[in-house]
Design a protein around this ligand. Structure first.
Ligand SMILES: [Zn+2]
Length: 230
């Protein structure tokens, strides 16, 4: 089972992805977190990525494909995985299709969370992430128990790419770059959901979609895929 989670920054992907991951018992490949990890480690790749991200841009296809390839080869990915933040371009989507086909996976289920821009701006400008446990708080909608600190005790930081001017650039780039990717996937495996609702309601709809596709895949897929689905 391969699930791709789409939606602009602030749409609720960070809330839904751990829930989907736990429910399906598949790993989450969050390319944004992987990129930030490279930056923190001050690797050669990380320094190049930092200058692109701080100006609101996106990392190139070949770097993203390499990152995805490397991660998806790890043993925990054998029964599938959930991806957040990839593919961001049509060439990346084509790369992923070939990779999945080679490994005998069925076509990915594409979940697109749609949220209005003014809502996104409010959600994002209040966002504070913990560098230790990665938990994302929001000073308006999901405040920590103690102001300025994560519930695990570590001081919270505003991510450089959550500053308002960078957010606007990210939203604009997101729309420009992701629209062609969603067009690429548009069809029976692509679902657009209203992301303004409560997270439980959104998660319930995601579960319903995935369950209905699982049944179809079990009936149609070759033996190897049915075995992998369990
Ligand atoms: Zn924390």
């Amino acid at each position: 089972m391969i699930v791709l989670l789409f939606g602009p920054p602030g749409c609720g992907k960070g809330t839904q992805s751990p829930r989907i991951q736990q429910w399906l018992d598949i790993p989450l490949i969050a390319t944004g977190d992987m990129l930030r990890q490279e930056i923190r480690s001050r690797t050669h790749l990380g320094r190049g990525i930092e200058s692109v991200l701080s100006s609101g841009g996106y990392v190139g296809d070949s770097q993203m494909n390499r990152l995805l390839l490397r991660r998806s080869h790890q043993t925990d990915c054998v029964n599938g995985f959930l991806i957040d933040g990839y593919p961001r371009t049509v060439p990346q989507a084509i790369f992923l299709d070939r990779l999945l086909e080679k490994r005998g996976f069925a076509a990915p289920i594409v979940i697109h969370l749609q949220v209005a821009e003014d809502t996104l701006l409010m959600r994002l400008s209040g966002r504070r992430q913990c560098v230790e446990c990665k938990r994302v708080h929001n000073i308006y909608t999901n405040p920590p128990q103690r102001e300025g600190f994560c519930d695990c005790g570590v001081p919270l930081e505003e991510r450089n790419d959550d500053r308002p001017e960078v957010v606007r650039a990210r939203l604009q780039l997101y729309t420009e770059q992701t629209s062609p990717v969603l067009d690429y996937y548009r069809g029976e495996n692509c679902f657009t959901l209203d992301g303004h609702r409560h997270q439980d309601e959104v998660f319930g709809e995601i579960q319903g979609i995935i369950e209905s596709r699982m049944v179809r895949v079990r009936h149609q897929a070759p033996q190897a895929v049915r075995a992998a689905l369990g």
